[in-house]
Design a protein around this ligand. Structure first.
Ligand code: BGC
Length: 779
């Protein structure tokens, strides 16, 4: 048992190898197999009443949970989170004063594989290393210099316990008969072996700028009608949590000792009621639990999560061997506080907004992932930039993106290239170009965070990265101001990913050099503005001049003299109009052509990831609000409401993830929880309800209600840095009735629908109730 050590450290130096050592164990799984989680413990004796304050600093290459004297430290899940462990890892500091006591104490750590040595995407395990390890210091403050109470060193011991397998993608396996009773309390006996010291990794160890993952909500599981119990088949119970989400189950059951349960997860069911798991690809997404048979048992896995709405428990034996008291769904995501609310008179649009929010909850877990269920779960840059504006309404994602943009800087190649997903899991130092609209997240994400939160710091932090990627483009991807010029760029990016525009290919039919040049213009404009804000006037002027040249080059190459856009796709028109690439005199004919394409398509959308976020904005800005509402309220496939009508509780990856005619899309790529098409949330808020940004961070709010379609009322509210801003409108007897809240310290401009025939009004802080004549709801 260790005595209180007199050695002292200063808090910032606790990670120094002279203060503590990285420790591990020889327990190891193979690259294709699985490994158990390892339990570590260290005793310490405290005399004389204990310290006034005690802090535990801890980090790991792997994921950990800590206990002191049998009580959990903190409430974080998957700490210390996912970074490129070849370069950086974050640490956590917990105030553990109340967990310590006079006399014997035990500090315990359970260490899991996590992203460090578990499966990441479809790759083999052990991407970053074979053995998880950790570093910790327990520090006491009682006036004067802080003292180290415990450090990680050779005095720790380890044991394997009940967690026989732990893998974020495959699942967790727990044998309750192997529990190490009281393992993190004094007096625990058993086979504990000495931990091994590891060489200290040469990486940055610092405090995380982002929020941790936590258990955020719980959803009751509803038992579904069970398939008939047949003695030669496993017994089977299925549950519906009513919501597709990321997390895991919490089981409360009694049963026979040694009974082995398999818990499988799925987003949806097949017509025969069985789980649809083909779209999980190689993700086993199966947890296993073996009962100890000592009364009511309660279990929730620690080191895994799944993307699912349904769970199925099966066992061999007799039906009576198991009594399930309850199965709860535990929702996990990064603790990004909820900030925005949207609601309107159209129930399906309300469900759409709810689905968008759940897409965000399910995929903002350490990094903005594409999807939580299949063997992918990567920080796809394109998806993140498409959705960020919507995300920043529903939740406070500022810290979350500060963290992910640091991941992005870590992933950027020395040539400036930004990869397609971040953290980058490819070979270290050779990022490769993620391509148009994907790697452009390097411009769009910091810029959006700046607009939504007035955060100039993020521009400062990320400016060099943006400039480096822009230089990369200039050097390798651009010819005569055309990005992805076919003569120099054979790939050209992912295109208008998953567009249903008649092209029959997943990259859609919009020419890649058109998309490339449109985003090159957008990126250059962002850089010019960011440089101006940061006081880099020369840079700003250079980018401004370049931006003008790109606009001209775009118009020359992609816009005909009568306002047609090359390629003839909805997305081509949307990008050209949204990024100001169509000469002023031709805008109205280009917009009419876009409308013609939409009408010809049966008032249905044909855009993919790239065009979808902007299409309704473009229609509205060019005098076609009625068409925007026709797309928004469309219920036939493809549309936003088609999945809603078909019971979706999240946003589907593909417009045709499931159709009555064809059933499920290609299983290889058919997520029911991809947020990209949820980017329409931005238009719901900024135009349907009418809450928009006039000056960054909502210093000035732009109220811009645009009633239309069948809607008779809508409202949105947002917790800004100044306080709660809200708008609610209602159409009542030919009048538009508005309730507006402008928080103290902010102001607003009210931009009324054209039908009101009113010039914009300036409003000060406070509550406002206003009425205007409003002849028709058609906009
Ligand atoms: C992901 C997407 C991603 C894409 C790149 C897919 O596998 O799920 O959301 O952006 O690859 O095209």
């Amino acid at each position: 048992m260790m005595k209180t050590s007199p050695a002292t450290i200063n808090l910032p130096d606790w990670t120094d190898p002279s203060a503590a050592a990285w420790i591990s164990s020889p327990v190891l799984g193979g690259p294709r197999t699985v490994s158990p989680a390892v339990y570590y413990r260290r005793g310490l004796r405290i005399e004389g009443g204990g310290p006034a304050r005690a802090f535990l600093h801890i980090t790991a290459l792997g994921i950990f949970e800590c206990e002191i004297n049998g009580r959990r430290v903190g409430n974080e899940v998957f700490a210390p989170g996912w970074t490129d462990y070849r370069q950086r890892v974050y640490y956590r500091t917990y105030d553990v004063t109340s967990l310590l006591r006079d006399g014997e104490n035990v500090l315990g750590v359970i260490l899991g594989d996590g992203w460090f040595s578990g499966h990441v995407a479809e790759k083999d395990r052990q991407l970053y290393g074979e053995h998880p390890s950790f570093l910790a210091v327990l520090e006491a403050h009682s006036g004067g210099q802080p003292a180290v109470l415990v450090r990680t060193d050779a005095g720790w011991s380890y044991s394997c316990g009940p967690i026989l397998e732990n893998d974020l993608i495959m699942g967790e396996s727990y044998d309750a008969r192997r529990e190490l009773g009281g393992w993190s309390s004094p007096g625990c006996s058993g086979a504990w072996l000495p931990a091994t010291i590891q060489p200290a990794p040469d990486i940055v160890i610092e405090r995380s700028p982002g929020p941790p993952v936590r258990r955020m909500e719980s959803l009751p599981g509803r038992a579904l009608a069970a398939p008939p119990d047949v003695s030669w088949l496993p017994f089977c119970r299925r549950y519906d949590f009513g919501q597709n989400f990321s997390g895991r189950v919490r089981l409360r059951a009694t049963g026979k000792r040694g009974l082995h349960l398999q818990i499988r997860h799925a987003e949806t069911l097949k017509p025969d009621g069985s789980l649809y798991t083909e779209n999980l690809r190689s993700a086993r997404a199966t947890d296993q639990y073996t009962l100890k048979g000592e009364g009511l048992e309660e279990w929730e896995p620690r080191f895994t999560f799944h993307g699912f709405r349904y769970a199925e428990i099966t066992w061999q034996g007799a039906a009576a061997d198991l009594q399930i008291e309850s199965l709860e769904g535990i929702v996990l995501h990064s603790d990004t506080p909820r900030t925005g609310e949207f609601e309107c008179s159209h129930p399906l649009l309300n469900q759409l907004a709810k689905n968008i929010l759940w897409g965000q909850k399910s995929n903002f877990l350490e990094v903005p992932t594409d999807c939580p269920q299949r063997d992918e779960r990567l920080g796809w840059t394109g998806d993140a930039q498409v959705f960020i504006r919507t995300a920043a309404f529903f939740m406070d994602v500022r810290g979350f993106f500060h963290k992910w943009l640091q991941d992005m800087r870590d992933a950027q190649g020395s040539d400036g290239a930004v990869p397609a997903f971040i953290p980058f899991t490819g070979s270290f130092g050779s990022a490769g170009d993620g391509g148009t609209a994907w790697a452009d997240a390097t411009f769009i994400c910091p810029w959006t965070i700046y607009l939504c939160y007035g955060d100039t710091e993020i521009l400062r932090e990320h400016y060099a990265s943006m400039a480096a990627y822009h230089d990369f483009l200039g050097a390798h991807r651009v010819k005569d101001h055309i990005r992805s010029h076919p003569e120099i760029d054979g790939w050209g990016g992912f295109g208008d990913w998953l567009a249903l525009d008649g092209s029959g290919v997943s990259s859609g039919g919009t020419p890649k050099d058109l998309i490339g040049t449109a985003f090159y213009a957008y990126a250059t404009d962002i850089l010019s503005q960011a440089a101006g804000i940061l006081g880099k006037c020369d840079d700003s002027a250079l980018y401004r001049a370049l931006h003008r040249e790109i606009l001209e080059a775009f118009a020359r190459r992609f816009v005909t003299p009568d306002g047609l856009v090359v390629g003839g796709t909805q997305t081509g028109y949307v990008l050209a109009l949204h990024f100001g690439l169509v000469p002023e005199a031709l805008r109205s004919s280009a917009a009419s052509e876009l409308v013609r394409l939409i009408v010809r398509n049966g008032n249905r959308i044909g855009t993919g990831f790239v065009g979808t976020p902007y299409i309704l904005h473009v229609l509205e800005a060019n005098g076609h609000l009625d068409v925007a509402y026709r797309l928004l309220e469309q219920e036939a496939f493809p549309s936003w409401l088609f999945p809603v009508k078909n019971g979706a509780t999240t946003i589907w990856e593909r417009w045709d993830g499931w159709t009555p005619e064809k059933g499920f899309q290609d299983h290889g790529m058919n997520s029911f929880n991809h947020y990209a098409y949820g980017a329409v949330g931005d238009w719901l808020v900024s135009s349907v309800a009418g809450l928009d940004i006039e000056e960054p961070g909502y210093r000035s709010i732009r109220f811009k209600p645009r009633p239309g379609g069948s809607l008779t009322r809508a409202r949105a509210s947002l917790l800004t840095g100044f306080g709660r801003a809200s708008i609610g409108w209602e159409i009542e007897a030919g009048e538009l009735l508005l309730h507006l809240d402008v928080p103290a310290g902010s102001r607003a401009a009210l931009d009324l629908p054209p039908a009101c025939g009113q010039a914009p009004l300036a409003l000060g802080s406070g509550a406002h109730e206003l009425r205007f004549p409003f002849p028709s709801a058609g906009g």
